[in-house]
Write a protein that binds this ligand. Sequence first.
Ligand code: ARG
Length: 261
Amino acid sequence: MKLLMALPDWYGVEYKINPWMDLDNPPRKSEALKQWNNLYSILKKLYPVEVLPYGKSMPDTVFTANAGFFPTSGHIIISNFKHKERQPEEDFFYSWFYRRGYTATRIPKNYSFEGEGDLLKCDNKFYGGYGFRSDKDVYKLISDIVKIDISVLELVDPRWYHLDTALYFLDNKTAVFYPGAFSEESKKSIRDTFSTIEVITKEALNFACNSIVINDTVIMPIRCPVLKSKLESLGKTVYEVNTSEFIKAGGSCKCLALWSY
Ligand code: ARG
């Protein structure tokens, strides 16, 4: 397995497709590059990382978690972006994976699906978020294509518009999540299925749930001290990363990397 990142050369906030993006508060380019390099150098000490070229004139390709989703080895389901602003990335990501010999599946245009931003794996089970970017029905389609079982979770607050902004799995039994992002039913199903670490609003707004877990190490955004100390008390090694310039586009650590194999 490896993590895929994309160079931030064309990164910017040039349109507004989530509540975080503000055309009057653009990311500082050199600071963004510094923050991206810092995340990259931490990750590459811990795990293989491959870097994609940037998507020219596609400012959000840096968020590779949205390229698609790997249900099985060598096979990626390419995203169908909800907003027209990100749709040019579909062909970019498709050709990148196809040229490297992956099986890259496209799904019908009438379905929205934003890859690992909304579809997460835990212990051979899959969890799909819907409500903002991906359709509930797309998980039925993906289940049929790749014969996996996907439980769906409903997101209800536009600030947590992708599942990976509100939930991650610390291990096979533990979910770290922000309850306020989910419908009552989905909250209950997360609590019934996992032992949970529930993130406070202030830290969820600092993207606490958008973290990367590599074995016993968690790479998480800065300004989430409550969660950080909970993780440390469980024996985890925590790296804090400043992603302020990417939060301006609505993403942090996890959005900047895609699990691939
Ligand atoms: N500006 C991007 C968008 O709104 C941010 C994507 C963040 N990615 C993620 N996996 N949550 O689509």
